[in-house]
Design a protein around this ligand. Structure first.
Ligand SMILES: Cc1ncc(COP(=O)(O)O)c(C=O)c1O
Length: 362
């Protein structure tokens, strides 16, 4: 029996990719800010409604570079409820992550808890728009201004997400995107940083190319984090299909919402009415007492029926070995992490797949 996977990559039709590949073969310019790399940056700025974008070979390297570009030193306040790359990036940038618990309604870093974690070493706040659900930027900016801190968003899940008709990628000093194959929009592997000035865009462009300012000059120790031409072409060909794919995901989300509200003990994450999501994820939280089964029991039953949901994010970042020096507890994040399941949501799901998923859950 075919497995129902939690996600499935959005692939452009092969015949739309081929002309790009033929052109790349004839140009013989494969990387280092090539024609399609530049074109994709231009098209993404237009599509997303952002002023500047710098493409990267993945989101993790983009996030490390974002932190490096701000020339930070000290502690960065972040959330334990994210993918490990958020905290790993802080460590790779020679900074110290300081974790703060989440808001149990949004699963995002709780701004009300930030100030208690600020010390004289704090240099930045790194919130995550978890599942693309926007953080409370107003509250975060107020704290950042008061304490003279930078704000860098991990917007890995937030491609195309809007609040009050404006891209949430414009929030903060810098925002990182991931274009990994599991994301709503992908370049197979890939990522980007959104920034507000040409000066910053040029700095990011230098940092992803070892730090070269000219053939003989370099002021910062940059890395190699460039996106190649084939992946940029994949991204361009995919861009024409992203709206339809998001629309399909939205319909699936609506189906889940309508059917799950009838089930006691299952909570669905509800964004504010002024938010347009990309529906990359469909998280549900299980109340074991009311539902009659634990998250793990439901997860296993789905698996036995060839439905591959995902415990995302579980374990918490602070429960992984590289973070074992963190002694503080994060009860709200822990509770969500122990009770959350992301249900399958992607472009290839069929009505009978959804019916089967609902049957197992019911
Ligand atoms: C919240 C979050 N941050 C960072 C990353 C890292 O992105 P990438 O896989 O493109 O390196 C991911 C994705 O995997 C993510 O989900």
């Amino acid at each position: 029996m075919d497995k129902i996977t939690v996600t499935s990559p959005l692939l452009p039709p092969l015949n739309e990719l081929t002309p790009y590949l033929e052109d790349i073969w004839s140009r013989k310019w494969l990387t280092n800010s090539g024609h399609y790399h530049q074109l994709l940056e231009h098209e993404l700025c237009k599509y997303l409604g952002v002023p500047y974008i710098s493409l990267f070979s993945n989101g993790t390297l983009a996030l490390i570079t974002a932190l490096q570009a701000l020339e930070l030193e000290g502690e960065v306040i972040t959330t334990p409820y994210s993918f490990v790359a958020t905290a790993h990036a802080i460590k790779w940038a020679n900074l110290t992550p300081v974790f703060v618990d989440i808001d149990p309604d949004t699963f995002n870093l709780d701004p009300k808890k930030i100030e208690a974690a600020i010390t004289d070493k704090t240099c930045a706040i790194l919130p995550v728009h978890v599942y693309g659900n926007p953080c409370d930027d107003e509250a975060i900016q107020t704290i950042a201004k008061k304490h003279n801190l930078k704000v860098v968003y991990d917007a890995a899940h937030a491609f195309g997400v809007k609040q009050n008709n404006s891209s949430i990628l414009n929030m903060g000093e810098l925002s990182m995107l991931s274009f990994h194959a599991t994301k709503a929009y992908s370049t197979i592997e890939g990522g980007a940083i959104v920034c507000h000035t040409l000066e910053m865009k040029e700095k990011l462009d230098r940092l992803k190319n070892f730090g070269f300012e000219s053939e003989t000059e370099m002021s910062l120790c940059g890395m190699n984090a460039k996106l190649n031409e084939v992946q940029a072409a994949f991204g361009l060909a995919t861009l024409g299909h992203i709206d339809a794919a998001i629309d399909k995901r939205k319909k699936i989300a609506k189906y889940y919402e309508e059917n799950l509200t009838q089930i006691k003990g299952i909570r669905v994450l509800k964004p504010e009415s002024n938010v347009e999501l990309n529906y990359s994820y469909f998280p549900i939280v299980i109340d074991e007492k009311e539902y009659g089964k634990s998250r793990d029991q439901l997860f296993n039953e789905l698996k036995e029926n060839n439905i591959l949901a995902r415990k995302y994010f579980y374990p918490l970042i602070t429960d992984f070995k590289p973070y074992q020096d963190v002694i503080e507890e994060y009860p709200l994040a822990k509770n969500v992490s122990n009770t959350v399941i992301c249900l399958p949501i992607h472009n290839d799901l069929k009505t009978n797949d959804l019916e089967k998923i609902m049957m197992v859950i019911k």
